[in-house]
Design a protein around this ligand. Structure first.
Ligand SMILES: C[S@@+](CC[C@H](N)C(=O)[O-])C[C@H]1O[C@@H](n2cnc3c(N)ncnc32)[C@H](O)[C@@H]1O
Length: 282
């Protein structure tokens, strides 16, 4: 492969790549992503032996295994343990006690079902498992299951491995030292999530533009830092699918930069980052 000037992604190829990204993931990109896309696609082109972007685009268009690798390359999978602290205090101090009080009053108590949608490399799903296990220490009858999904198979592989290092681990240790001690094992270079967390968390592939991953509905959906990648029609499409996955009374948690109040959706704002199904609009 000629690594010279021809490796610049020209306008026509850039447009074709942007269309492919949008059709496979819903992610909206524009010309400002030229350098990012070049950096992400060149290693894939080397791996499959494409001589030009045109060749590589044709390979992806033909479908098959390279589509999975293409999606891995164009998605941004960064995450963190206990991202946005206010959300975690809301879940521990408000959401879980309210849920448990409701279940205790019922004859047919059932496990809490949580969906970490766009789970990336798993930090959010494992953070959820930690606060649920902490809650269970005080309320032994509390039961729960967490499902993490993502469109990127590479991110899911990392999530299943549950091995973390570097800044994500340092930040976790600095902000929640007790939970860090209890639920991460190994170190100092490489930490693994404790088996107690894995027992409650499963990971599966899922595209948010499609029907929900499970017929059983969820009581809590974390949909954070992914809507920002979509344009408004795709945001509405994702939210309509997510709505179908939620039980009556379920909560939806969005990321810090994601407000949906301007959109026409089935959700009503409750408090910072927290939404519920608007029964009048639904
Ligand atoms: C920045 S990460 C957010 C991770 C986590 N939710 C958090 O807030 O820390 C965005 C994730 O969205 C995923 N993603 C992008 N488009 C998607 C789609 N159409 N369906 C499912 N996941 C998608 C990406 O693969 C990536 O892992």
């Amino acid at each position: 492969m000629n690594m010279g000037a021809s490796m610049e992604l020209g306008d026509e190829d850039l447009d074709a790549v942007i269309k492919l990204v949008r059709s496979h993931t819903g992610i909206a990109m524009n010309g400002t992503k030229r350098v990012l896309l070049q950096g992400r696609l060149l290693p894939r082109m080397r791996a499959v032996g494409s001589a030009s972007y045109r060749d590589y685009i044709e390979t992806v268009r033909r479908g098959g295994a390279e589509v999975t690798r293409f999606v891995d390359a164009v998605t941004t999978n960064d995450s963190a343990f206990f991202r946005t602290p206010a959300v975690w205090w809301y879940l521990s101090d408000e959401f879980l006690p309210t849920w448990q009080a409701r279940m205790t009053a019922r004859m047919n108590a059932r496990p809490l079902r949580i969906w970490s949608a766009a789970a990336a490399t798993g930090e959010e799903a494992y953070s959820l498992a930690m606060i649920c296990l902490e809650f269970q220490r005080r309320h032994p009858s509390f039961r729960f299951a967490i499902e993490g999904t993502d469109i990127s198979s590479q991110a899911l592989e990392a999530a299943r491995a549950g091995v973390y290092r570097g800044r994500t681990v340092e930040r976790f240790e600095a902000t929640r030292p007790e939970l860090f001690q209890r639920y991460l094992e190994g170190g100092p270079e490489r930490y693994t999530v404790a088996p107690a967390l894995r027992d409650h968390v499963g990971f599966a592939p899922h595209n948010l533009l499609e029907a929900p991953p499970s017929v059983a509905r969820y009581d809590l959906v974390m949909l954070r830092n992914v809507l920002i990648y979509f344009d408004e029609p795709h945001q509405q499409r994702v939210l309509a699918q997510v709505r179908k996955a939620m039980c009556p009374g379920a909560k939806l948690i969005l990321g810090e930069q994601e407000s949906i109040t301007r959109l026409n959706t089935a959700f009503a704002f409750e408090q910072a980052h927290v939404y519920h199904i608007d029964e009048e609009a639904a």
